[in-house]
Design a protein around this ligand. Structure first.
Ligand SMILES: [Zn+2]
Length: 267
């Protein structure tokens, strides 16, 4: 659920809180989220190392240590919080990383997230990490790059936007927001888009993602975690009023994912 704008802001909070602090303890409350290593191996590798910085990479969060990286893919319901003092875990807490300063807690109600400890810079064992496209928020991503890339992907345009092999960082909610601004229906086939529509999509993507990052940058880690995405214009607003035209917002559900759109604003 956290998409790139959230993870960029979250990673900055974590860097500010934890950089320079040494890891003293790893507590795993639910081993299901730990991938690739036993809990003992995970703890042994991380304890004693110092947090250098935290970084967002598409929909992954990476905590750089001395010789290792902790890589977290929060999937649908992973959340990050920091606490100054130790607290008792609740049933949604999965892992806590305690340092000689604050501790970082990862919680996940659906337990679908994945947490890895890998040798620094080696992400070969992290599922879904390699083969992804450039960041959707890379400031140097030009319209030309975007157009060339998008032509390599077929199918419905919303699925293309969410496909991390196209660009990394966009998920279900922000794909809906981008498509509203671009005036394009989510079910349109990519091949049916004109060059002008592709340009609108590119501009809308930048506008939406950077605007959301700006809003989130004002918020605390806790506020981002409790997830009041009160800035959403259309996603999850089925039956409500479209803020652009005043019409009714339509919504369809496929698998676990909702698609919200406006039949008037989007063609
Ligand atoms: Zn509308």
């Amino acid at each position: 659920m956290p998409e790139l704008p959230e993870l960029l802001v979250i990673s900055e909070h974590i860097t500010n809180l934890l950089a320079g602090h040494a890891i003293s303890q790893i507590s795993v409350y639910n081993h299901i989220v730990i991938h690739g290593l036993t809990i003992e191996e995970f703890s042994r590798g991380a304890i004693g190392e110092t947090v250098q910085k935290c970084e967002a990479d598409g929909k992954f969060l990476i905590v750089h240590l001395n010789d290792h990286d902790i890589v977290i893919n929060p999937m649908l319901t992973g959340r990050f919080r920091a606490f100054k003092r130790y607290r008792n875990p609740t049933r949604i807490d999965m892992v806590s990383i305690q340092t000689d300063g604050p501790s970082l807690w990862y919680s996940d109600t659906k337990k679908m997230g994945r947490v890895y400890l890998v040798p620094r810079g080696d992400y070969s064992l992290v599922a879904g990490f390699s083969g992804r496209g450039p960041s959707a928020m890379n400031p140097t991503l030009s319209l030309e790059d975007f157009t060339l890339r998008i032509k390599q992907f077929n199918g419905q345009i919303k699925s293309v936007l969410r496909n991390q092999r196209f660009l990394k960082g966009i998920g279900n909610a922000y794909a809906d927001e981008i498509l509203l601004y671009a005036g394009i229906l989510p079910f349109r086939k990519r091949v049916s888009l004109s060059l002008q529509e592709i340009e609108m999509l590119y501009l809308s993507m930048k506008k939406v993602l950077f605007r959301i990052e700006e809003i989130l940058a004002e918020r605390s880690l806790d506020d981002i975690t409790t997830e009041k995405r009160d800035f959403l214009m259309i996603h999850n607003k089925g039956g409500g009023i479209c803020p652009l035209c005043g019409g009714r917002v339509s919504e369809v559900r496929a698998n676990r994912f909702k698609t919200s759109y406006c039949q008037t604003c989007q063609k």
